[in-house]
Design a protein around this ligand. Sequence first.
Ligand SMILES: C[S@@+](CC[C@H](N)C(=O)[O-])C[C@H]1O[C@@H](n2cnc3c(N)ncnc32)[C@H](O)[C@@H]1O
Length: 218
Amino acid sequence: MIDLRLRNVKNKEEILENTTYLEKEPESNIGKWKDVFGNKNDIHIEIGMGKGDFIIEMALTHPDINFIGIEKYSSVLARAIEKLYDKEIPNLRLIRMDANYIEKVFDKEVDTIYLNFSDPWPKKRHAKKRLTSEIFLAKYANIFTGDNKIIMKTDNTGLFEYSLESLSQYGYIIEKVSLDLHNSDIENNIETEYEKKFSSKGNNIYYLEVKKIVNKDK
Ligand SMILES: C[S@@+](CC[C@H](N)C(=O)[O-])C[C@H]1O[C@@H](n2cnc3c(N)ncnc32)[C@H](O)[C@@H]1O
């Protein structure tokens, strides 16, 4: 879902061109993301980062984790980059990409995937486009290190129910779940832009943290 007001972000290509946060040829880093950061810290990615509130705050809060934000639309990404002008965050990189191509960019090097307020694609015929569909889970399986962890937040009941079913069918085990994150004992939550918007309207925020250990000996 794209915010129509953003279609006209001026100079978005210029903004994207003149930042060191954006990895312009992310495919060239496949299998080598730890070298990009120059350390061996874990790599966490957010797919559909929007204007970046969550990933920027996460990177600032956890300097010992490397964060990569992925967003499909350059106009949205430009807004995130503008928020970084006065900041120096060495553990943050951004990629403009459709998550469909995620396997071209990562190879067994991601520790955690965040899916925050992903587009719900409510029509049944669009179910394959949901970021927790089997099609995407199969792609994620190739980019994880072996300890596969997905953390999702949404206010959308349909997407949440679908994801619970899809993830458990794929072999994921629930580690934490809440139907009302803001009134739960889950601590240190960093709110996303959509989370702030929907919770201020009175919507409950659903939270799900799942894990699948594929190769423990690795
Ligand atoms: C509803 S917004 C949520 C933004 C942010 N995560 C938040 O919680 O505030 C969903 C975002 O995901 C992006 N998106 C949707 N499908 C995507 C895909 N296949 N690959 C990359 N980004 C995608 C959209 O462009 C949009 O910015």
